[in-house]
Ligand binder design. Structure first.
Ligand code: ADE
Length: 248
């Protein structure tokens, strides 16, 4: 799985990518993250990548030219290096995007190449949204200082779904959100800690009863903490990665 990230702050990605599962996935050749500094694509002498908003207002807006140039040169490179025509989502990280869920992560994990554009300042020029991005993703209903942390969240949750990235002991099959429910409580040794005991059934060795208890607990946890998950999916407006409004 190849992520192509377009950012003004490539150094922000070093920490998360150089630890744990993402580090191992890169070493095994299962994950590749290429970081592109948008400033390198600015044509003006001072490498300016932002400008005042037409119509006034506070804050600066990211200019279209360097972002188009950066993304288009990578798309070109992917096209030239692949024999099959590549279906590459060009995702703008934005608080206005469709909200990232496990279903969205699964949908993205089907692609071999994914582009992530990290917005900054007060926003990006709308022509990037309309004619370059094929999708916009938000990681939640709050506003970050920029799209970098959001892009890292996308990389983390999509990459771990890739074949071979998690070992069998780290399988995704029983975790929260996989079957629309939250995960059941987990316990490990000791069987008693400060007088708090592990539920008897888990010590019983009786697999059918353990499975039943876990199913029940998943349902109870979900009802108590996230009843909205039991109500079925809403269908909010989003463009989706297949509605290619852009030229790609
Ligand atoms: N950029 C700023 N806030 C964001 C959010 N919530 N999700 C994705 N990108 C963002």
């Amino acid at each position: 799985m190849n992520f192509h990230v377009f950012t003004l702050f490539p150094a922000m990605f070093q920490g998360p990518l150089s630890e744990s599962i993402l580090k191992r996935a890169q070493e095994k050749g299962l994950l590749n993250v290429s970081l592109h500094d948008i400033r390198d694509y600015a044509e003006n002498k001072h490498r300016i990548v932002d400008d005042y908003a037409y119509g006034g207002g506070p804050g600066m807006v990211m200019k279209p030219e360097p972002v188009f140039k950066a993304v288009e040169s990578q798309l070109e490179w992917i096209r030239e290096s692949q024999t099959e025509p590549a279906d590459v989502p060009v995702i703008l990280m934005s608080p206005k995007g469709r909200v990232l869920t496990q279903d969205v992560a699964r949908e993205l994990a089907r692609h071999s190449d994914i582009m992530l554009i990290c917005g900054h300042y007060e926003g990006v020029d709308q022509r990037i949204v309309d004619y370059l991005a094929t999708d916009e993703i938000s990681i939640g209903d709050y506003v970050l200082t920029g799209g970098e942390l959001a892009a890292m969240v996308v990389i983390d949750c999509v990459a771990r779904l890739g074949a071979g990235v998690l070992g069998s002991e780290e399988s995704t099959s029983r975790e929260s959100h996989t079957d629309g429910l939250l995960q059941y409580p987990q316990y490990t040794r000791p069987p008693e800690y400060r007088g708090w005991t592990v539920p008897e059934v888990l010590l019983s060795g009786h697999h059918a009863r353990i499975d039943e208890w876990r199913r029940e607990q998943s349902m109870l946890e979900t009802k108590r903490r996230r009843p909205d998950l039991l109500e079925g999916p809403e269908e909010p407006f989003h463009r989706g990665i297949d509605s290619h409004e852009s030229q790609y």
